[in-house]
Design a protein around this ligand. Structure first.
Ligand SMILES: Cc1cc2nc3c(=O)[nH]c(=O)nc-3n(C[C@H](O)[C@H](O)[C@H](O)COP(=O)(O)OP(=O)(O)OC[C@H]3O[C@@H](n4cnc5c(N)ncnc54)[C@H](O)[C@@H]3O)c2cc1C
Length: 396
């Protein structure tokens, strides 16, 4: 019996095409767009042409019917050039549209998903609120039933793609007295809506990925735009969290790899004391550590994705092994990614601290992955909870 660690021919071709596109199309504009903090306007059309947008969606919706391993590989490949834009694609396609696909009716899916696959529509997902971050269930956004509509009041913060979104999935309290059992999921088209505003938030990192503070003021949504059933929002929310954490690990993996590659190249080129700095053992030690951290992260993320793809329902949630594996994947990738980014800057010295090389950009983006999609502390709480489960018996 052998253990196969190799990607298939099809997966290699996918990686190859995305990496080639990222270096040819994204790389030349990254420095300029990062400075301006603007997303390349054609980004989603481009990823649509590459076949990434609907990578796990069924073919009838315009998707490629592949798995979460391929999604992770695609996100890692984009992030070799831009962690931020990999996150923006992931926020739209995995957080928003894939979550919608898991929970919407067939009619709703037929109306929405083809537009997401072509890149005509960009999506965003609204969970976090100004006073409800890690404690997401304490959200205050209200959806009050009035006739055959819901009237929404409240706000969402840090919403990736909020300022550019054509489609939004969000959560609101439909029965506040029931706590987490009184939350429902809704969707709507922000650009056509009255009672919706979005203010762009300035960030130090993840520039080019637009982030918004959203306000709902008497926004009216037809009852038919409720997803997953009344007061069933928590099930909708948690069903997607594992695949989000696994596939978004790709954003950090791409940056890790790029930081390592750039550091090897720079260390061989940069001469001090009459020798390339790569000849100094203290620099070699950093490169060796960066390699080990990257390889360990890769194993955690891809094994979690492969495990997810092996499940019939491809979903996690409280009390599942996938919940532990997904939280561990993003926890480890996030923290190791920051360490790798810091070492890359150190190897590049003063040049690394300036904008001439991209390692600082990768580092600034990378830090987000200890915060977004549930913080490192929250991920540790999930892992520990699952390890201490009474029925925990699966192999570690
Ligand atoms: C660039 C960016 C993009 C984002 N994109 C989205 C998006 O698209 N959609 C969306 O809904 N959200 C998004 N978020 C929000 C993100 O998920 C939250 O920032 C995150 O969940 C943490 O919430 P918070 O920032 O309110 O921190 P808080 O919850 O206030 O936490 C502050 C600190 O306290 C710690 N802490 C909190 N509770 C505990 C505890 N019980 N035990 C120990 N420590 C604890 C946290 O780990 C953290 O270190 C994004 C955030 C950023 C910065």
């Amino acid at each position: 019996m052998s253990l196969n660690f190799n990607f298939s021919e099809e997966q290699r071709m996918l990686e190859d095409s995305v990496v080639k596109w990222a270096y040819a199309w994204l790389e030349p504009q990254m420095e300029h767009m990062y400075e301006k903090d603007e997303m390349p306007p054609d980004l989603f059309k481009q990823t649509g042409d590459l076949g990434i947008n609907g990578i796990v969606f069924e073919e009838k919706y315009g998707g490629a019917a592949l798995g979460y391993v391929e999604t992770l590989l695609a996100y890692e490949s984009i992030a070799r050039v831009s962690n931020a834009l990999s996150m923006t694609v992931g926020a739209s396609q995995t957080l928003c549209f894939d979550n919608f696909r898991r929970n919407a009716t067939e009619e709703q899916k037929m109306a929405v998903l083809p537009k997401s696959c072509t890149g005509e529509w960009i999506g965003c997902l609204g969970i976090t609120e100004p006073n409800a971050g890690s404690d997401a269930m304490s959200m205050a956004t209200r959806a009050e039933k009035k006739g055959d509509k819901y009237v929404i009041n409240g706000s969402k913060i840090f919403i990736t793609n909020g300022p550019v979104a054509d489609f939004m999935v969000f959560y609101a309290k439909t029965a506040p007295e029931k706590g987490p059992h009184g939350i429902s999921a809704f969707f709507f088209e922000p650009k056509k809506a009255k009672g919706f505003t979005c203010e762009k938030i300035k960030k130090w990192g993840m520039r080019t990925s637009p982030t918004g503070l959203i306000t709902f003021e008497d926004l009216e949504i037809p009852e038919a735009q409720l997803i997953g059933g009344l007061n069933k929002g928590v099930a909708v929310l948690t069903s997607g969290l594992c695949t989000e954490r696994i596939t978004l690990s790709g954003c950090t993996l791409g940056s890790q790899r790029r930081c390592l590659e750039d550091s090897i190249k720079y260390a061989k080129e940069r001469v001090q004391f009459g020798k390339p700095i790569a000849s100094f053992q203290l620099i070699q030690g950093k490169l060796a550590d960066m390699y080990c951290w990257y390889k360990a992260c890769r194993w955690m993320a891809y094994s979690a994705a492969a495990y997810c793809d092996s499940l019939d329902h491809k979903a996690g949630g409280k009390g599942t092994d996938l919940d532990r594996m997904a939280a561990a994947s993003l926890l480890f990738c996030g923290e190791m990614g920051t360490k790798i980014g810091l070492e890359a800057i150190q190897i590049h010295g003063g040049y690394g601290y300036c904008q001439e090389y991209g390692v600082t950009r990768h580092f600034l983006d990378q830090k987000l992955w200890e915060i977004g999609a549930g913080t490192s502390e929250v991920r540790r709480m999930i892992i520990a909870r699952e390890l201490m489960r009474d029925d925990f018996k699966s192999g570690l």
